[in-house]
Every structure is written in structure tokens, then in C-alpha cells.
Design a protein around this ligand. Structure first.
Ligand code: ZN
Length: 129
């Protein structure tokens, strides 16, 4: 299990971490990489990495759907972030084939910050076939 640290710089942010994952699968021919985020107000997704506007649109629409203020019972002031993290999920799994992540041409892996800026972490678990 590999632990990675990341520093986010705004409250809502999508940080591409594909190269950090690729770094950790070097020497693995076939298997599975699991990327896991151990936070309640951050998540991880796979989506388009070619046009940065896509990640921006995802963040903007999540903020529109789940606004900062609503009739939330959680009084810490970050209920929106908890719900957004629930929608994105805490882990993704990517097959490793012939030494590379089996991502589609336009796909990348993003750490999704919903209540930054903070020091964050995520884990990469590689299971060899
Ligand atoms: Zn909270």
C-alpha cells in the first residue's frame, strides 16, 4: 500500500493524479490499481483529463446541485462537501494491462477536494495478477 500526500489550494478543486498513480505501477505487468481516499469531504473520480473545462464543469455542477447553504443538520459548515464526496465516491479501480493503466484515451484520475484547502492523502493499492 502506498500513501500519497497532496496539498489542495482552494475549497473546491479537482487535481489530476494520473501521473502519481502511473509512477507506482512501474514494473507491474498485469493487475489492478485501487485508488482510495480516506476522507469524508474529498473523493476520487475518473473522467476527462484532456480538456480542463470538464473537471471545472463537474465541480460547478456539483456545487449547483448541492449548494453551500441548505437546511442541513450537520452544523460544521461543510455539509455540502460531505454530500458531494458521497456522490463522487471514495475509490476507483483501474486494470493494469501490459504495464500500463487501462485508461481510455481521454481519461484521467482526479482527486476531488470539496472542503479545502487542506493537507490530504490517498492510497494506491496494487494487486498483481
Ligand atoms: Zn463536517
Amino acid at each position: 500500500m502506498i500513501r500519497k500526500s497532496i496539498r489542495t489550494s482552494t475549497r473546491k478543486e479537482a487535481i489530476e493524479i494520473t501521473s502519481m498513480v502511473e509512477e507506482e505501477i512501474k514494473g507491474i505487468k498485469n493487475g489492478i490499481a485501487i485508488i482510495y481516499v480516506p476522507h469524508t469531504t474529498a473523493g476520487v473520480i475518473i473522467n476527462e483529463a484532456f480538456d480542463p473545462a470538464v473537471a471545472e464543469d463537474i465541480l460547478n455542477e456539483l456545487s449547483r446541485l448541492i449548494p453551500y447553504s441548505d437546511k442541513y443538520k450537520h452544523l460544521e459548515g461543510n455539509a455540502d462537501a460531505h454530500i458531494q464526496a458521497t456522490l463522487t465516491g471514495s475509490s476507483v479501480m483501474i486494470p493494469i494491462e501490459s504495464g500500463r493503466l487501462l485508461l481510455g484515451r481521454w481519461q484521467g484520475v482526479f482527486f476531488m477536494e470539496f472542503d479545502g484547502p487542506r493537507n490530504r492523502e490517498f492510497y494506491i493499492k496494487v494487486i498483481k495478477e
